[in-house]
Design a binder for this molecule. Structure first.
Ligand code: C2E
Ligand code: CA
Ligand code: CA
Length: 555
C-alpha cells in the first residue's frame, strides 16, 4: 500500500517555522550584535579598551538564550511529529489488516489489487485474483469452539503465505473467506494452476493443535485480467476481477466443493438464471405455486396400494412444472425450505384426510429442517391442527441428516416416534450411514435407493447390493421399500426377495391431488365428502406430466 500523505495537520505543524524562525532571527541578531560586542570584548581582554556596552552585552546574552530556546523547541516538535506519524501508520495498518491473521482486510485488498495491477501492467504481466472459501469451517467452530477455529485460520494463513510469490497480497475477507492476488507472466495461467494445486495439497494436511487435529477442505474461484492466450482481457478494474473470482468460487461450491475453477463467461449467465430462480421461488411460495404430487406405494405381496409419497412440484407460470431437484437446494440455501415444506405438508394433510384411513403419507424432510430443534414439535402441532393421525405419517430422512448433530436428530426422531409418526431412512446406500448408526437410531423402515434397484432391470439380473440391503433389513428387523420399480423385470426380481413395499413408474408417475382423488374414488377408497361426488374432471395424462417433469429450464 502506498503511504500517501493526505493533507494532514502534521504537515502544517512540521512547517511550524515559528520556533525555527525565532532561532534563525536570533542567529541573525547574534551576528549583528556579536559584530559590535565581540571587538569590544576583545579590546577588554587585550586591555586596549574600556568596558563593553552593557545593553549590547545583555542583548547578546538574550540572543544566545533565544537561540537555545528556539532550537530545543524545534527539536521537540520534530520528535513529536515523528511519534504521531508512527502512531498514524500503526492505526492505518490496523485499519487495513485483519487483527487475527495479520492479512489485509477486505477494504485494503481492493486497493492492493489495483496497485498490483498497475505495477504488473508496467511490466506487461497479468494478475490473477483467487478467492478461497473453507468448506467445513462452521463445523470446526461449532464442534471445537471459536478459539480452535481461530487457531486453524492462523495456521492456514501461514501455509498459504509460504506458497505465495513475494509480490502477492493475501487478505481475509470475512469469517472463513480469503483471497490473494498475484502477478504471473501473461499467457502462463498454468503457473497459477500449479500454485493452486500446491495450495490444495498443503491445506489438505491435518491442522494439529495440542488438544485436537482437524482437517479442512476448500473451494477456490480464480479470475485473471488477461485471457488464456495472454491478451489483455475485458477486465477493467479490480472490482470486476473480484466479482469474477467470486462467481467461479460459487461455481466450485455448486460442483461439490473441494475444487477450483477459473471464471468462464457462462458462469455469469448461470448465476443470473439462478437469481431468477431464486426470485421465482420467493414469489412462487407466496403465490402458492408449490404443490404436492403423490407417488403410489404398493405392497409387493398383495399388490395393494398402501400409501403415497408426497413429492413437491413447482408449477411455475414461466418455467412450467419444475422438479424438486432444482428448487429444493435453492430453497435450502435461501432459508425457505422450512416454510415451503410446512406449507406442502399442510396441503398434503388436507388431501390425505379424504383418503381411505389405511393409506399412509410419506414426506421428504431436508437435513436443513432437522437443524431446527423445534422441528418435531412443529410437525406434531401441524398434525393436531390438521386433525391428521400421526400413525398415518411417515417422515423420510436421508443419510446426510445423520452427519449433522446426531444427538439432536436422535431426540427429534424419538419425540416423533413417541407420537406414532414413522421414520424411514431414504436413499439408503448412497450416503455413509454406518451399521452402528442404523442399529442405534430407531428407524421404522429402510428405503433402497433406486440407483441400486435399477440394477435389476436386465431379465435374470441380480443385484448383490439390493440383496445385501434386503438381508441387512431382515437382520435388523426393519421393513424395506424398494424405489424406482420401472418395469416387470425389476418387479419380478424384487418379489423373489420376500416381503417388500415398492414404488416407481411401473405403477404410474407421481400425480397431483386431483388425479389421486380420481384414482381413489374409482377404487372406492375415498372417504368423507369426496367419496360420493361425481367423477372429477379429466386430468392431464400421466405422460404429459412426465414430460413436463423432466423439462429443465435452461438460461
Ligand atoms: P426421492 O425421495 O428419492 O424421491 C423419488 C424420486 O424418484 C422422485 O423424483 C420420483 O419422481 C422419482 N421416481 C419415482 N419412481 C421412479 C422410477 O421408477 N424411475 C425413476 N427414474 N425415477 C422415479 P422427484 O419427485 O423429482 O424428487 C426428487 C427428490 O427431491 C426426491 O427424491 C426427494 O429427495 C426430493 N424431494 C421431493 N419432494 C420433496 C420435499 O417436499 N421436500 C424435500 N426436502 N425434498 C423433496
Ligand atoms: Ca423419498
Ligand atoms: Ca430415493
Amino acid at each position: 500500500m502506498t503511504e500517501h500523505e493526505p493533507d494532514n495537520p502534521l504537515g502544517a505543524a512540521e512547517r511550524d517555522i515559528i520556533a525555527l524562525g525565532i532561532a534563525t532571527a536570533s542567529i541573525i541578531l547574534l551576528i549583528g550584535t556579536g559584530g559590535s560586542v565581540m571587538p569590544q570584548v576583545m579590546n577588554v581582554l587585550t586591555g586596549t579598551g574600556g568596558a563593553p556596552n552593557v545593553i549590547l552585552v545583555n542583548a547578546l546574552l538574550l540572543n544566545i538564550a533565544l537561540i537555545i530556546f528556539g532550537w530545543r523547541r524545534y527539536r521537540e516538535l520534530t520528535r513529536e511529529i515523528e511519534e504521531r506519524r508512527r502512531a498514524e501508520a500503526r492505526a492505518r495498518l490496523l485499519a487495513a489488516t485483519d487483527p487475527l491473521t495479520g492479512c489485509l482486510n477486505r477494504r485494503a485488498m481492493f486497493e492492493a489489487t489495483e496497485e498490483l495491477r498497475a505495477r504488473a501492467a508496467i511490466r506487461g504481466e497479468a494478475v490473477a485474483y483467487c478467492m478461497i472459501d473453507l468448506d467445513n469451517f462452521k463445523q470446526i467452530n461449532d464442534m471445537h469452539g471459536h478459539s480452535a477455529g481461530d487457531a486453524v485460520l492462523v495456521m492456514l494463513c501461514e501455509r498459504v503465505r509460504a506458497l505465495l510469490p513475494r509480490e502477492a497480497r493475501l487478505a481475509r475477507l470475512g469469517g472463513d473467506e480469503f483471497a490473494f492476488v498475484m502477478p504471473f507472466p501473461a499467457g502462463h495461467a498454468d503457473r497459477v494452476d500449479d500454485l493452486v494445486i500446491r495450495l490444495f495439497e498443503s491445506l489438505a494436511q491435518p491442522f494439529r493443535m495440542p488438544e485436537l487435529t482437524v482437517e479442512l477442505t476448500l473451494s477456490i474461484g480464480l479470475a485473471a485480467d488477461h485471457d488464456a492466450d495472454g491478451t489483455i482481457g475485458l477486465v477493467v478494474d479490480a472490482a470486476t476481477l473480484m466479482h469474477r473470482a467470486d462467481m467461479a468460487l460459487y461455481h466450485a461450491k455448486k460442483q461439490g466443493r473441494n475444487r477450483y475453477f477459473w471464471f468462464e463467461p457462462t458462469m455469469e449467465s448461470e448465476l443470473r438464471f439462478r437469481n431468477q430462480l431464486e426470485t421465482g421461488i420467493r414469489g412462487g411460495l407466496a403465490r402458492g405455486e408449490f404443490v404436492p404430487y403423490y407417488e403410489q406405494q404398493i405392497d409387493l405381496d398383495t399388490g395393494a396400494l398402501v400409501g403415497f409419497e408426497m413429492l413437491a412440484r413447482w408449477r411455475s407460470p414461466q418455467l412450467g412444472l419444475i422438479s424438486p431437484d432444482i428448487f429444493v437446494p435453492i430453497a435450502e440455501e435461501i432459508g425457505l425450505i422450512n416454510e415451503m415444506s410446512e406449507r406442502l405438508m399442510e396441503q398434503a394433510f388436507a388431501d390425505a384426510r379424504e383418503w381411505d384411513e389405511a393409506l399412509t403419507l410419506s414426506v421428504n424432510i431436508s437435513p436443513v429442517q432437522l437443524r431446527d430443534p423445534w422441528f418435531a414439535q412443529r410437525i406434531l402441532k401441524k398434525l393436531v391442527a390438521a386433525g391428521f393421525p400421526p400413525q398415518r405419517l411417515e417422515i423420510e430422512i436421508t443419510e446426510s441428516c445423520l452427519h449433522e448433530n446426531i444427538g439432536l436428530v436422535r431426540s427429534m426422531i424419538m419425540s416423533l416416534r413417541n407420537q406414532g409418526v414413522q421414520i424411514a431412512l431414504d436413499d439408503f446406500g448412497t450416503g455413509y450411514s454406518s451399521f452402528e448408526q442404523l442399529r442405534n437410531l430407531p428407524f421404522d423402515r429402510i428405503k433402497i435407493d433406486r440407483s441400486f434397484v435399477s440394477e435389476l432391470k436386465e431379465p435374470g439380473n441380480r443385484s448383490r447390493l439390493v440383496e445385501a440391503i434386503v438381508s441387512l433389513g431382515r437382520g435388523l428387523d426393519m421393513p424395506l421399500t424398494a424405489e424406482g420399480v420401472e418395469d416387470e423385470d425389476i418387479l419380478k426380481a424384487l418379489k423373489e426377495m420376500g416381503k417388500l413395499k415398492a414404488q416407481g413408474y411401473f405403477y404410474g408417475q407421481p400425480e397431483d391431488a386431483e388425479a389421486v382423488r380420481t384414482r381413489l374414488r374409482a377404487a372406492g377408497r375415498l372417504t368423507g365428502a369426496g367419496a360420493g361426488a361425481e367423477a372429477a374432471p379429466a386430468q392431464p395424462a400421466a405422460g404429459e406430466d412426465a414430460q413436463a417433469r423432466y423439462r429443465i429450464a435452461r438460461p
